[in-house]
Design a protein around this ligand. Structure first.
Ligand code: ATP
Length: 312
């Protein structure tokens, strides 16, 4: 996609986005709630018309030939969309045939993706009788059933248990290894690492940075320390530090304010402790700020990470 703009009323959801995904490549879209990820996927798959810009899959113009482009695309949107009155097998076959597979082919592919996503034992079950995680797995399997050349999965692991996540990641990685282009949105950084994806960080409708985990850390990691402080800190101590982010915690043990700080630079732990002097008792913990994607996100957006231990 090139120069994509999309507004909903006065909300600019995409502000001039350029994005290319090659065959064999997995692009992980990372961004906070409302960053524009779903809008981007919807435009790329031809579901949503942008206000400006161009989108193509291979040389097919998605905006003028959406039906042709759709044959190459497998999309699992954020909202689970399966037919509740049909069985798991019927759903898989229906989506396969909808994408142009013959019945026999559709049945064979259905069996295969069911096995990949651990749905084999549920083939005869009505979709209305699946658990939330199972329904989500079927929803994803329906997007894979016709072996799409371009696969888009919007938060496919919401509600999935650890083993299911692992299976999905293996399946997606295998499809990319077979030559599919993949866009994968998630809030779980661990998945992005497991997929060894090319990471695109999107913020307020704009792509802030793109690269592998190693490239992003190399470009954006600023070293430094992380520390936690209880109570209000003497401003003169803070003024001398190169503060990257401050994240308040909900409450301290004695009802006092508690905040996590990240500072950049070469300051060593003992030097930080010295700087606190008589206020050292307020320093609850100090550790090295190790390179990770969360830190990269903070550095490129200037924002703090929302709740969740491993998620954005
Ligand atoms: P999430 O992580 O929560 O799924 P997202 O990155 O997918 O978020 P989008 O759904 O693309 O974000 O939304 C981008 C922006 O557009 C947000 O500010 C959102 O409130 C707004 N938005 C999305 N859909 C609509 C709509 N139909 N009408 C009005 N505003 C919308």
């Amino acid at each position: 996609m090139e120069g994509i703009r999309k507004s909903y009323g006065d909300v600019d959801a995409l502000r001039g986005v350029d994005l290319t995904v090659e065959r064999g490549q997995i692009v992980a879209l990372l961004g906070r709630n409302g960053a524009g990820k779903t809008t981007l996927v919807s435009v790329m798959s031809g579901l949503l018309k942008p206000d400006a810009g161009a989108v193509a899959v291979d040389d097919i113009n998605v905006l003028t030939h959406p039906a042709e482009a759709a044959k190459m695309i497998g999309l699992a949107p954020q909202e689970t969309g399966i037919y509740r009155v049909l069985t798991v097998r019927e759903n898989l076959e229906f989506f396969g045939e909808l994408a142009g597979l013959r019945r026999r082919e559709s049945r064979a592919r259905g069996d295969l993706v069911a096995e990949q996503l651990e749905l084999t034992d549920l083939m005869g079950r009505k979709a209305s009788q699946l658990s939330g995680g199972e329904a989500r797995r079927l929803h994803t399997a329906c997007a894979l059933v016709h072996s799409p050349e371009f696969l888009m999965l919007d938060e496919p692991t919401v509600g999935a248990d650890v083993a299911s996540r692992q299976r999905l990641i293996e399946t997606v990685a295998a499809m990319a290894a077979d030559g599919a282009a993949v866009i994968y949105t998630t809030h779980y950084l661990a998945e992005v690492e497991a997929l060894d994806a090319d990471i695109v960080m999107i913020h307020n409708g704009e792509i802030m940075t793109r690269g592998t985990r190693a490239e992003l850390i190399e470009q954006h990691h600023r070293g430094g320390l992380r520390f936690t402080v209880q109570g209000s800190v003497d401003q003169t101590i803070l003024d001398d530090l190169d503060i990257v982010s401050v994240q308040p915690q909900t409450s301290g043990t004695a009802g006092e304010d508690v905040a996590d700080y990240v500072i950049a630079g070469d300051l060593r732990m003992p030097d930080l402790i010295d700087r606190f002097g008589p206020s050292v008792g307020q320093l609850v913990s100090v550790e090295r700020n190790l390179p990770d994607l969360e830190g990269v996100f903070l550095a490129v957006t200037g924002e703090t990470v929302s709740d969740g231990e491993e998620g954005l």
